[in-house]
Design a protein around this ligand. Structure first.
Ligand SMILES: Cc1ncc(COP(=O)(O)O)c(C=O)c1O
Length: 399
């Protein structure tokens, strides 16, 4: 049936600014996974339950009078817990009532940051490959994404390239560490370079740290903890990755009061407040963090090593991630063409869904060599996915 509005205007109903982004690659690959009964190593959500202390806190809140709107920028106790937590991780004191805004996941924090901070024409520098909502949110806010590529091999931040992309029009540099999709934890030298450039040109840094606790080789270092950087950094994160509850959608932005005021200005008109019973679970989540972390890390380390080994057995060369729950795997041995071709063939014929890494680039032709594989999955799922990939690889080798 033709939509009335489409007929009236003779073009798609979607606003022009959003058309170039099309459908999210995660939606596309998840739908293909369902269609082909494939194991979904595409979208980054765990196929296991959150820890009991998180689930029971949410259930208690549902029965305990937390069913109505809460304070727009976060339930008071939740903001206090986050402030204490951030003091530990960044060394900075964020005012619970002025320097923190609880949002509907980090996704909303990203959107609210862009909508609250950008004026039309303001530029935001981001480093490809990067999370797909960044550029879309900048454009929705009337800003201009300036995309540079992390340097290969190794996906490192190159100071000269980053400096070259920055100008007096740059409002913010967007950083994500531990990094999706590459699993990099940017080191002190790289973070210092970002800090130097932001300070020199007088822009802010928006630091997406959702994988802050899923680290293997070294601890995550927030750029907000570098000298002078707390005053110009907005830290974004969420409960979803750390506590395996991506569907709870509880996130936050923390920073100097004036930056958080801008985030709040947008947030109040986006969601007003995030789901109150689920916010409540943040209190129990962080009360248990210290005890929970060793098992979180050792479980993810085991899954990572199992997945890297399984992928290598199937002929992929992998960059072993330092953090996050993603691996980028080079698919050239399969001879399947671009990463988009490879992902589509694998979901159909090996029945394993992955994400083409080119989807994380502004220019999809830029780097078609890698697939992103999520290992936030049970040991059984990982083992079966690797078996399928190995069988497919052998079949192709023989064919
Ligand atoms: C880098 C990055 N930022 C933000 C998000 C979204 O976080 P949330 O689920 O809390 O909205 C994701 C989810 O995959 C991510 O990978």
């Amino acid at each position: 049936m033709t939509d009335i509005a489409d007929r009236q205007f003779g073009e798609p109903a979607t606003a022009r600014r959003l058309r170039p982004f099309g459908e999210s690659i995660f939606t596309t690959m998840s739908a293909l996974a369902v269609r082909h009964s494939a194991i979904n190593l595409g979208q980054g959500f765990p196929d296991f339950e959150p820890p009991e202390f998180v689930r029971s806190a949410a259930k208690r809140a549902l029965d305990g009078g937390f069913s109505q709107y809460g304070r727009s920028f976060g339930l008071p106790e939740v903001n206090r817990v986050l402030s204490r937590q951030l003091l530990g991780t960044t060394g900075n004191e964020y005012d619970p009532d002025l320097g923190i805004c609880v949002t509907a996941g980090c996704t909303e924090a990203i959107a609210a940051a862009m909508l609250g901070l950008l004026d039309p024409g303001d530029e935001v520098v981001m480093m490809d490959p990067c999370y797909d909502s960044y550029a879309a949110c900048v454009v929705m806010a009337g800003g201009v994404p300036r995309r540079i590529a992390l340097s290969l091999p190794g996906f490192r931040i190159d100071e000269a390239t980053l400096r070259g992309a920055c100008s007096t029009r740059t409002r913010a540099i967007l950083l994500n560490s531990p990094h999706n999709p590459t699993g990099r934890i940017f080191d002190e030298e790289e973070l210092a370079a970002v800090a130097r450039i932001a300070t020199d040109i007088g822009c802010i840094v928006i630091s997406d740290e959702v994988y802050e606790w899923i680290t293997f080789t070294r601890k995550h270092l927030s750029i907000a903890s570098l000298p002078g950087m707390s005053a110009r950094t907005l830290v974004l994160s969420s409960l979803g990755k750390t506590f395996s509850c991506t569907g709870f959608k509880v996130g936050w932005a923390a920073g100097p009061n004036h930056l958080v005021a801008a985030v709040r200005a947008a947030h109040q008109f986006l969601t007003f407040c995030s789901a109150t019973p689920l916010q409540q679970s943040a209190i129990a989540a962080f009360a248990n963090l210290e005890e929970y972390l060793p098992s979180l890390r050792s479980d993810y380390l085991r899954r990572r090593d199992q997945m890297v080994h399984g992928l290598q057995q199937a002929g992929f060369s992998c960059i072993t991630p330092e953090g996050s729950y993603f691996i980028v795997a080079e698919h050239g041995h399969l001879g399947l063409g671009t990463d988009i071709d490879a992902a589509q063939t694998l979901v159909r014929e090996a029945r394993v869904a992955t994400i083409p890494v080119s989807a994380f680039y502004g220019d999809p032709a830029a780097n078609p060599h890698f697939l992103r594989v999520a290992f936030c999955k049970s040991d059984e799922t990982i083992s079966e996915a690797c078996r399928r990939l190995q069988v497919y690889s052998r079949r192709r080798g023989q064919g």
